[in-house]
Design a protein around this ligand. Structure first.
Ligand code: UDX
Length: 472
């Protein structure tokens, strides 16, 4: 019998994908898992924390080559995992989950519950680079996935340069409309006002949060490659800047659109139950007549802000569908007087957002400018009114308002008169027409990019090939 040299035997490729345990991160990374497993040449394990796995697993229909695994996050079951507990959650993961993660990487074959081969490559969320270090210490190649825009990552990467140039930190009474000069390719539009929220809060150069986000950004340099949920159709100039720092990058987004283009279906990974009656309500509304409002999964409003938005929407006279999550209003209630408004107002706890944004009845989107929401709106050709709440969202809203010109940036203002006039500008008259025209053009570009032969699709195919060769 001929003996085959061990180095010539190709082991079966098994990719493990691990998002941070947050809605916006799972939503970005699950479509990638789905698209990669659909190709058929590798198996994909999608790893969640046990807490999220319990919330999600009943809603998935599995593909042959895609399965879901879980490890504990170290927090007790009754502990809330909301915006105010993020530091605790990430510290707990780092302290309590690394051992289970390592055990999972060492399993395979007889030791694997499904008899799957050992993990040959991982894709890990850029917020949790310690898992990348763990895999690489075991000789398993790792790629890093960033859920934020390339532009936001670029700003985070430039924090040391902004400090060196004396542009960061700046005094509390500084003119927020002044432009930042030390961030290449953004001099024309980036103002102090548009910097990620921790830049505005920092009072000294060694501010802990500044350093933390700067370190998150550069951690990808230790990986085999950096994956972005964006494409040249959206951020070409910034992607080429980033290419000069990271030798291997893959701009494969928007992934929710890419997966649909490849598989003709789309995945939903909501941690909260979707209220699908929102779609029935939309079915009964006229073409482009509804303002859709959602502030994502983490943002919280004060009671005063909530009421300013409410009155602004009501006073605009337009129909609106608003996602009022149970924890949307911090320290207050979301109680409102609905009498007389039942016909034109619908409040839901959680909506099937992708489907809502694609609905013919939706005319514009009031958003907190989370990157997933921004991509979903852009891919659907829906103009946005942006009210960024924190972090990267402040950069995203500037892209929407000033670079892409597919929306209006209402950053830093939350007064009912302003809300009303923004809604009117996005829904009525010439300005609204112009926004709609540009948004439609952008959606067409995105469709081309994720379709066969498009830039994002080609990058996805290169990513798949590289994962297979890293798995050898
Ligand atoms: C956060 C950051 O804000 C974001 O910029 C980062 O890239 C990921 O983490 P989040 O604030 O939740 O995420 O916003 P976003 O990125 O927009 O993600 C929210 C997701 O929840 C979207 O995919 C959206 O479709 C979904 N969603 C929201 C629903 O499915 N239903 C809803 O009712 C509201």
């Amino acid at each position: 019998m001929m003996e085959v040299a061990k180095e010539n035997v190709r082991q079966e490729a098994h990719l493990l994908i691990f998002p941070a345990p947050l809605q916006g991160h799972i939503n970005a990374m699950l479509p990638l898992a789905d698209a990669l497993s659909f190709a058929g040449s590798l198996r994909v394990s999608f790893l969640n924390t046990e807490h999220n796995h319990r919330l999600l697993s009943s809603r998935f229909s599995l593909r042959l080559n895609l399965r879901f695994l879980s490890i504990p996050d170290g927090l007790s079951d009754d502990k809330p995992r909301s915006a105010y507990q993020l530091t605790e959650l990430f510290q707990s993961l780092r302290t309590h989950s690394v051992d289970s993660f390592r055990a999972l990487l060492l399993a395979g074959g007889n030791k694997d519950p499904d008899g799957w081969p050992p993990v040959t490559c991982i894709i890990v969320d850029g917020l949790m680079s310690y898992f990348m270090d763990e895999a690489q210490a075991l000789g398993i190649p790792a790629l890093v996935f960033r859920t934020i825009s390339a532009s936001s990552l670029w700003v985070y990467l430039q924090i040391p340069q902004m400090i060196e140039a004396g542009e960061l930190p700046f005094p509390a009474d500084a003119d927020l409309d002044e432009h930042i000069k030390s961030v290449p390719a953004m001099e024309g539009f980036l103002r102090r006002r548009d910097l990620p929220s921790m830049c505005r809060k920092a009072t000294k150069a060694d501010d802990k949060e500044l350093q933390l986000f700067s370190n998150f950004a550069s951690s990808g340099t230790r990986s085999k490659g950096l994956i972005f949920n964006t494409s040249d159709a959206l951020e070409a100039p910034i992607l080429s800047q980033i290419d000069s720092l990271f030798p291997t990058t893959y701009a494969v987004g928007p992934l929710h659109a890419l997966v649909e283009s490849i598989t003709s279906s789309f995945v939903s990974a909501s941690l909260l139950a979707e209220d699908r009656s929102a779609l029935n309500w939309l079915d009964a509304q006229p073409y482009r007549s509804v303002v859709y409002v959602s502030f994502g999964s983490l943002a919280r409003l004060t009671q005063e802000e909530f009421l300013e938005f409410w009155h602004g929407f009501v006073n605009s006279g337009h129909r609106f569908l608003w996602v009022v999550r149970p924890d949307l209003v911090a320290e207050g209630t979301a109680a409102v007087e609905m009498a007389g408004l039942e016909e034109r107002v619908r409040l839901v706890a959680w909506a099937p957002q992708e489907e809502v944004l694609r609905h013919r009845a939706v005319g514009c989107f009031i958003t907190h400018s989370g990157w997933n929401s921004t991509l979903e709106s852009a891919a659907a050709g829906v103009p946005m009114v942006c009210w960024p709440w924190a972090w990267d969202q402040l950069v995203n809203s500037r892209l929407v308002g000033e670079v892409w010109k597919v929306g209006l940036d209402m950053k830093d203002v939350c007064k009912r008169e302003m809300v009303e006039s923004m809604v009117r500008a996005a829904m009525e008259g010439e300005k609204a027409e112009e926004l709609r025209r540009r948004a439609t053009e952008m959606a067409v570009e995105i469709g081309r990019s994720v379709g066969e032969g498009g830039a994002a699709r080609l990058n996805f195919e290169r990513l798949l090939r590289d994962i297979l060769s890293l798995s050898l």
